[in-house]
Design a protein around this ligand. Sequence first.
Ligand SMILES: NC(=O)c1ccc[n+]([C@@H]2O[C@H](COP(=O)([O-])OP(=O)(O)OC[C@H]3O[C@@H](n4cnc5c(N)ncnc54)[C@H](OP(=O)(O)O)[C@@H]3O)[C@@H](O)[C@H]2O)c1
Length: 254
Amino acid sequence: MSLIKSSYMGLPKLGFGTIWIGGRRWPVNNASYVRPGREEVTRALDTVARAGIRMIDTAHGYCDAEFELKEYFKANPGFAASSFITTKLGEWVNPDTYESVAQCSERDLYRSVMMSLHYLGRIDVLYFHKPLDQDVLANAGIRETIEWMLLNGFIMNCGLSASKAEVLETLMSRGLIWPYFVQTSYDVYSDRYDLIERLYDMGKKIVINGPSRLRKEETPEAIFKKLMANPKVHFVLTGTRHHLDENIGYCQET
Ligand SMILES: NC(=O)c1ccc[n+]([C@@H]2O[C@H](COP(=O)([O-])OP(=O)(O)OC[C@H]3O[C@@H](n4cnc5c(N)ncnc54)[C@H](OP(=O)(O)O)[C@@H]3O)[C@@H](O)[C@H]2O)c1
């Protein structure tokens, strides 16, 4: 059975998030996290590829996730060529302590994009991670560099990733939502749907992450089905390690 399609480029609406594959503890408070071996990563990505998922969401801050993708892409060039690859910059994580630092100067932007390109081969969306912490969207030098990267084909689109409603609200009030893609959390979707509608009316492409994080009032099935049916949501990411087949099933055409 095929996956429900997004109105954006007819891509499947379900995307795969890769935080756990590269050694970054996920979920963040999961003290029993153990880094997966190459076999487990390959199995998960084989399932992703077979199901027809094409949006692969990663980040420079997900420890070795980009490197793991590089190895998989090398062995599966057809999948690499048909994937829609999104990554993020601006968060640097210590793989031993999981301590995270938000930092994005112009130099970090070049460094991060060149490393991501080396690993991934292509960047369909480059998101700013934690954009408010660094006031990065108000920085004229950063914006010029992004324009230059877009014009010269280093990146295909730019986005911002903000999981909290307050961050989105502040960025909106300051007129700083110039990136085309906006990734936000299911918490924002659920608690502040007005923000999703405003972003949609601004013409943004909306990506929702974390649909299955612990919620007593809704099942993952109900959440995925609701998001799949909403045309204002362009993509939904799952970053599951143990429920992949199940979540894929919720996002298939009936
Ligand atoms: N930019 C950001 O700030 C940000 C923040 C969060 C996420 N993301 C991106 O979005 C991706 C998706 O987010 P996510 O990992 O939070 O997605 P998710 O699919 O909602 O997974 C979150 C948690 O829910 C559990 N889960 C998933 N499906 C389930 C099901 N059917 N039944 C019961 N439990 C289930 C998972 O456990 P198991 O792993 O044990 O299956 C996992 O612990 C990430 O991988 C990342 O790429 C970005």
